[in-house]
Design a protein around this ligand. Sequence first.
Ligand SMILES: *Cc1c(COP(=O)(O)O)cnc(C)c1O
Length: 229
Amino acid sequence: MIEENLNNIRKELPPEVKLVAVSKFHPLENILEAYRAGQRVFAESRPQELQKKVEQLGALEEGKDISWHFIGHLQTNKLKMVLPYVDMVQSVDSLNLLSQIDSWALKNPLPDGRPRKIRVLLELHIASEQTKQGFVEEEILDILFRHELFKGVEFCGLMGMATNTDNEEDISSDFARISSFMEYLQDLFSELEEFRELSIGMSDDWKIALRYGATMVRIGSAIFGPRQP
Ligand SMILES: *Cc1c(COP(=O)(O)O)cnc(C)c1O
């Protein structure tokens, strides 16, 4: 079932768009099933769960080349449960979190002694729900104007979550907003060579996100089925 779901999504996904399989609340067996079907990038949203899965996988022969992304709200006292394991934090949603990630990276060079740079996406608040996380545009501009101060961080782009609705026009207007802001930032900060990822689109709206320049889609339930919290 998981393999079939993956294949159906891949059929419609342009080759340059990265599929991030959101495995939160799903057991390791499901991750391995997707892995055996060729999936390599997975995302988790809770530090404890991520750490547990990475440790469980460490004891196996399989899964050594999985690339983990973090996509949930990250509390600054949990950085060490997340940052050693992930290739990207997609959900940077406050200046404090960004600064703490930066300091952590500077204090924790790579095992071979090279400096560590944590790849991050800045989360833009685009949904109508006030409860959702993320920066407003001005805050992201303020940060990027000072990007040189964050030596432990690689700014790789933007992440956003559309309003939770069936109304396609509302979703489209959320994605249009982040998409045009992304273009604006890429023009303004052309020196940021890695700033090219636009992570938009989940199980119910990824096809819409493709029309607005998504370079990454984050898909959970359409691959693994409903979550059992
Ligand atoms: C859970 C989650 C997803 C995946 O949601 P689905 O609707 O199951 O695809 C994507 N992005 C974020 C930030 C999430 O928390």
